[in-house]
Design a protein around this ligand. Sequence first.
Ligand code: PAF
Length: 283
Amino acid sequence: MEVCTTVTQVRRALAEAPRPVGFVPTMGALHEGHRALVAAAVAGSATSVASVFVNPLQFGPGEDFDAYPRDLDGDLALLERDGVDLVLAPSADELTPPQRRTEVRVRGLTETLEGAVRPGHFDGVATIVTTLLGAVGPDRAYFGEKDYQQLLVVRALVADLQLPVEVVAHPTVRERDGLALSSRNAYLGPEDRVRARVVPAALAAAADGWDGDADAARARMRSALDVEGVAVDYAEVADPETLERREGRTPAPARALVAVRLGGTRLIDNAPLPVPEAAPGRQ
Ligand code: PAF
């Protein structure tokens, strides 16, 4: 496995590399969720690339940029074991030098849910993902559904900027008790780790008895979350493509999305709500 710290090195290393090139961008602190993306990239590509970069542009003031878990040696050992061919692990100065002028903003999709709670977050994500895609030039890039809004933002920027890359979505990887894997789970103390089960439980409540009624599904999520008394940033039912809030009953698929704060830790998760089955006698 080759480790590059600059974009020039990556471009040189990939100039003659067999295609397709599959790319997994990460912020490190790798867990089984990342490993599932890496396994898909390794299996589906002639050359697999991962990046490890804690992107300062996507953290707001007072967020956990400094505390974000970092373990480059551990991450590199894991990526090597998992068969990755090349890793880009750049410095902040390499990818986000102070003189940079360009920002990528995906309008609309980024103003709701995570974007409303974390203003500027998706501008930072969109800017760095565009930068990374330009640096690596992959044929396919892999993103987890755990960050569902991010996945839609990336799909939108790739479509709008006509980038020649296929965005591949991977289902969320979960702990045995349903908690979605996240690097931020490492912040949870033992008691909050147990309380965190309420997040997948709320999503299960939304799906349980889902008949297309978004208001009822939101109410079920709120009741489930109330059991643990967590601070709820949102518990929403939205259009799965535009993320517009669903109102009332609609015979169409939707997405349930939750964000809570537990102690000092923010957890997000989401689940599909399929096309509701028509109840007998109802049109
Ligand atoms: O999902 C992440 O880890 C990050 O948001 C990403 C896509 C690597 C951009 O920094």
